[in-house]
Design a protein around this ligand. Structure first.
Ligand code: CO
Length: 217
């Protein structure tokens, strides 16, 4: 009997054959290495696949996804992805892409105890607390959640700027950090126009000095 995951393997065979037909050198080139221009920080939500919604091919975007597209400085998984993307791959752009209808953001807005995931969602609750007066003034719950999705993206853009990894890159090259929100209901990406690209975009307390700091992680 065929299982649901058998379909995935079968799809893969069809996909690989199609790719070979379209571009006989595709896999040979892929195997030689990657040089993506973008690092994508997105939500794990199954409806927000980075390559599919941006019309990009494999090899074009280095991807990190977690619940509610968070940049948490104690998250060694993400920090390792960031360091590799910035220092080795030398990506030119980092895109934080949230999405409306985000389950993580919705959960963070409520009082329900979700166990371990509370520790993660607390970071979103901090964003709510920071913008509490603006958010509480929005009567419609859906509109309030949508705004928190946007504010959360903006905060994660700044969290990226607060890392020494990004600031060290800024000391000698261009690196832009963008904040976007994807609409699950219409498939459209909205640019929040909150791009940061230099140390002056960051509050002074978060700025590090380079190149004289040996502890640069
Ligand atoms: Co989400």
């Amino acid at each position: 009997m065929k299982t649901s995951y058998d379909k995935l393997i079968e799809n893969n065979k069809v996909w690989a054959a199609q790719k070979l037909q379209e571009a006989p050198e595709f896999f040979n080139l892929s195997a030689q290495g990657q040089a993506p221009e973008f690092l994508w920080v997105g939500c794990s939500d199954s409806r927000v696949p980075a390559n599919e919604i941006t019309g990009t091919e494999s090899g074009e975007i280095f991807v990190h996804r977690n619940i509610a597209n968070m940049v948490v400085h104690t998250d060694f998984n993400f920090m390792s992805v960031l360091q590799y993307a910035v220092e080795v791959l030398k990506v030119k752009h980092i895109i934080v892409c949230g999405h409306y209808g985000c389950g993580g953001v919705n959960a963070a807005m409520g009082p329900i105890n979700n166990g371990l995931v509370n520790k993660w969602l607390r970071n979103i609750k901090e964003v709510y607390a920071k913008y509490e007066s603006e958010l509480n003034a929005i009567a419609d719950k859906q509109a309030r959640a949508n705004r928190l999705v946007e504010l959360n993206v903006i905060e994660q853009v700044h969290n990226l700027a607060k890392t020494s990894i990004v600031q060290k890159a800024w000391a000698d090259r261009s690196l832009q950090i963008h904040g976007w929100v994807y609409g699950i209901g219409d498939g459209r990406i909205k640019d929040l126009d909150c791009m940061v690209h230099e140390i002056e975009d960051l509050e002074p307390i978060f700025r590090f000095e380079f190149p004289n700091n040996p502890l640069d992680l």
